[in-house]
Ligand binder design. Structure first.
Ligand code: FAD
Length: 497
């Protein structure tokens, strides 16, 4: 007997989301968090449409959006002060705005409050995980009140380390955290503002010759400034509120501000060498760290949670546990693509050599107002499409060619029409009947039928995280259903019911 099916170490936003998804599935879950309360200061500044869709899946997109601020795009400012749009934020195939400023503590409050009605989730604040013992059929963790006290053993069928960049679970598993730490450090300043800043209406990456900086309107009433420190530079003179105010004043146009905090951050690009060791898994910052230039740290962790939740459910219902190996197989290359995007943005902003600045600004100026800018601004983010993993057939090699392996669109609110778990969409009665005979609920894709037509398909079998497991014509249904049964077989009825 184990105390729970899933033990989660850490209760940051990735764990909160994972716990919500496990709670929705009725999976008994214990969460241990060493702090007594949620981290009170803002970290993540923006989230994207994929994450809002994940929030939609747990019924929280509207609530998160009500405390957020939709951003129209993001620009890089050349050393001579020309703002060139490099990201354009249009509501597209995922049904949500692609760039949304948030306040991480309020977002976390929303997630935590929603957990109150997930009866199978037990959150233990002020509890530190110290030791992990792995067994063939369970994991045993030794936890203790953070302030000191008696050690308790918690046994679980699976342990997920969502315990951040310095993950104790990763350390106990002796899993290397490979990658690099940037030589530059950044001063991060959070400011309360009485109204949106007129001079900074959307995120600006300022490629100044002397001191690169980033400015981001956060959730309503907040704004963030970041200034780069040169390698070896002493941060102390920059951290007094008087010097921070002096730097901010040129960007104000009569707005009132209150400085909340000024801290120094070092940015890392790191990935755990293994995301699964037996019954222990890593997710979120514990598995990977990304510099914040593309706003993808938490967003990547949210995708981990969505990928892992349904696979844990399947395996707990008796599916072969090899399904859990596809978690890293799918997520690792996607995280690496996000890290590359963030580092490219970082290289653009952090340039200090005069020749590099000249070349960058020439490139930015020459694309401003052209078709190339359109292409860059709408395609800068890696696509939500996996190259290999839990799919009926191998996805196409090039991400933009993928049908199987891609996140199915929802131009309206298709997900609200789909049952939780596996589902199918079909535009053709024969396909619908065959998929229903296999035990699937089949929904009319509405406006998203266009996606099927574009991929020469009349149906798609969607995984619980809405990635396309299989799609095609009538002859492709039987092999896809067989592949689906192979990875989910004994659990299938429970999942589909
Ligand atoms: C300056 C900055 C800007 C950022 N901007 C963005 C952005 O714009 N967009 C974005 O998506 N992301 C951004 N991020 C990243 C984002 O904040 C993180 O990716 C996110 O908070 C990670 O969530 P997590 O749940 O994985 O880990 P964390 O939030 O770090 O939570 C881990 C939890 O584990 C607990 N813990 C640790 N060890 C133990 C233990 N032994 N026992 C019990 N509990 C333990 C900790 O107390 C902590 O609460 C930014 C980060 C920074 C620093």
């Amino acid at each position: 007997m184990t105390d729970c099916d899933v033990l989660i170490c850490g209760f940051g936003p990735v764990a909160q989301l994972l716990a919500l998804m496990l709670g929705d599935r009725g999976i008994s879950t214990i969460v241990v968090e060493r702090a007594d309360e949620p981290y009170p200061l803002p970290r993540a500044a923006v989230i994207d449409d994929e994450v809002l869709r994940i929030f939609q899946g747990v019924g929280l997109d509207a609530e998160v959006l009500s405390e957020a601020q939709v951003q129209p795009g993001a620009s890089i400012v050349t050393a001579d002060g020309q703002a060139v749009e490099v990201f354009r934020s249009r509501v597209g195939l995922l049904g949500h705005p692609p760039l949304v400023s948030i306040n991480q503590p309020s977002m976390e409050r929303t997630l935590i409050a929603a957990l109150e009605d997930r009866a199978t989730v037990d959150v233990r604040w002020g509890t530190t995980l110290e030791v992990v013992d792995r067994h063939a059929d369970r994991v045993e963790a030794y936890v203790r009140p953070t302030g000191g006290g008696r050690t308790e053993r918690v046994s679980a069928r699976w342990l997920v380390g969502c315990d951040g960049g310095t993950s104790a679970v990763r350390a106990r598993m002796e899993i290397p955290f490979e990658g690099r730490t940037a030589p530059q450090r950044w001063i991060v300043v959070d400011v309360l503002v009485d109204r949106p800043l007129r001079k900074v209406p959307h995120p600006h990456f300022v490629g100044s010759r002397e001191r690169p900086s980033v400015m981001v309107p956060m959730s309503p009433g907040r704004h963030r400034w970041e200034w780069m420190l040169h390698p070896g530079e002493d941060p102390a003179p920059f951290l007094t509120f008087a010097s921070v105010r002096e730097r901010i004043v040129p960007w104000l146009d009569g707005e009132e501000i209150e400085i909340e905090r000024a801290v120094v951050y070092t940015f890392h690009t790191r990935t755990a060498a293994q995301w699964r060791r037996g019954r222990v898994l890593l997710a979120g910052d514990a598995a990977h760290l990304t510099p914040p230039f593309a706003g993808q740290g938490f967003s990547s962790g949210a995708r981990d949670a969505a990928n892992l939740a349904w696979k844990l459910e399947e395996v707990l219902h008796g599916a072969p546990d090899a399904l859990l190996d596809t978690y890293e197989q799918e997520r690792r290359p996607h995280v690496a693509a996000m890290q590359r995007t963030a580092n490219t943005m970082g290289a653009f902003v952090q340039a200090t050599h005069p020749r590099t600045i000249k070349a960058r600004d020439l490139l930015l100026r020459s694309m401003d107002g052209t078709r190339i800018q359109d292409l860059v601004a709408t395609n800068v983010k890696p696509l939500p499409a996996y190259g290999d993993g839990a799919f009926a057939s191998r996805p196409a090699r090039l991400p933009w060619r993928r049908s199987v392996g891609a996140l199915f669109p929802q131009t309206g609110r298709l997900d609200d029409e789909l049952p939780r778990g596996w589902a199918a969409v079909a535009t053709d009665d024969v396909a619908r009947e065959l998929l229903e005979d296999a035990g699937l609920t089949v929904v009319d894709p509405g406006a998203d039928a266009a996606w099927l037509t574009r991929h020469d398909a009349s149906w798609a079998l969607l995984r619980p995280d809405r990635f396309v497991f299989g799609c095609g014509g009538i002859d492709d249904i039987a092999p896809a259903v067989r592949a689906w049964r192979r990875i989910t077989a004994p659990a299938r009825e429970a999942v589909v019911a």
